[in-house]
Design a protein around this ligand. Structure first.
Ligand code: ASN
Ligand code: ZN
Ligand code: CA
Ligand code: CA
Length: 317
């Protein structure tokens, strides 16, 4: 693909106008961003289920059509997530080596999900009642891309406790990216694309996982076989701990002093990339996070004390 690097404007899923990087040649404008790593490429599945589909091509470099919104957000938010990992954690793309970021939008018909396929991100349009196009949420895009970071680092097995930690890491960095760019941030996940006719809800709450029926304490963990052994359920245990670590609070009588998002992010990033392993369980997660905080702040630091309290508050010892 040859052409000239350019910038374009367009409207996202929620109708917000934004600027993003494109590549122009005689054919028109491609959703190709060559300014980050080995590039960011956004494709159209055209409501079928083949990936990656067709590289997105626009006639005039103005992406204001309703059909463009899912692609605009997938492209722009992949760039923001790239920037978070590069600028905050000095990580060049998910593999640390500039790997191309490929996204496909308009996957299937009324498809109510988004996923990391093992090599790219994929976003459905939703059915319009449970979901609108899922790339419209920065926390969702950062969640999916964090799965790629996890797969190239700790490689947490996607079932049972290691799978719940894998899921929670995606929710944690999804939320930290949303805060980093001040994109209507909160400690909920997917609120921007979930149930457009219901205000104030979300796919998951990290502040109170029980709002979506998920446990907020290890003693309440799910031990069945559904959802790969509850990976999106038991993530609530660690999500609540992360919320407490960043924001502070008292939970089941255990008080945690806030350390803020930035320190929490540095601790979890070091935990994920240096200490967790494919079979890590919640107990190992606690020990690993304490070790990461000790490396960064010292064994007798307030930060290590807060990590210990956060895990204790959710019953992980
Ligand atoms: N959206 C889901 C996730 O990222 C898809 C899945 O269950 N793998 O966890
Ligand atoms: Zn996930
Ligand atoms: Ca959110
Ligand atoms: Ca809603």
């Amino acid at each position: 693909l040859t052409g000239n690097d350019s910038t374009a404007t367009g409207k996202g899923v929620l109708g917000d106008t934004k600027t993003f990087n494109t590549l122009l040649n005689n054919n028109g404008s491609y959703l190709v961003d060559r300014t980050r790593g080995d590039g960011i490429f956004t494709y159209d599945a055209k409501n079928r289920t083949r990936t990656p589909g067709t590289l997105w091509l626009d006639s005039d470099n103005v992406y204001n059509a309703a059909y463009d919104g899912a692609a605009v957000d997938a492209h722009a938010y992949a760039g923001q997530t790239y920037d978070y990992f590069q600028n905050v954690h000095n990580r060049n793309s998910y593999d640390g080596n500039g790997a191309q970021l490929v996204s496909t939008v308009h996957y299937g018909r009324s498809y109510n999900n988004a996923f990391w396929s093992g090599s790219q991100m994929v976003y459905g349009d939703g059915d319009g009642s449970q979901f609108i196009p899922l790339s419209g949420a920065l926390d969702v895009i950062a969640h999916e891309l964090t799965h790629a970071v996890t797969d190239t680092t700790a490689d947490l097995i996607y079932q049972n406790e290691s799978g719940a930690i894998n899921e929670s890491m995606s929710d944690i960095f999804g939320t930290l990216v949303e805060y980093h760019f001040n994109n209507n941030p909160d400690w909920q996940v997917g609120e921007d694309i979930y149930t457009p006719n219901v205000a104030g809800d979300a796919l998951r709450s990290m502040e109170d996982p029980t709002l979506s029926g998920d446990p907020d304490h290890y003693s309440k963990r799910y031990t069945g076989t559904g959802d790969y052994g509850g990976v999106h359920i038991n993530s609530g245990i660690s999500n609540k701990a992360a919320y407490l670590l960043a924001n502070g609070g008292t939970h089941y009588g255990v008080s945690v002093n806030a350390i803020g998002n930035d320190k929490a992010g540095d601790i979890y990033y070091r935990t994920l990339t240096q200490y967790l392993t494919p079979n890590s369980n919640y107990s190992h997660f606690r020990a690993s996070t304490i070790q990461a905080a000790t490396d960064l702040y010292g064994a007798s630091s307030a930060e290590v004390a807060s990590v210990k309290a956060a895990f204790s508050a959710v019953g992980v010892n």
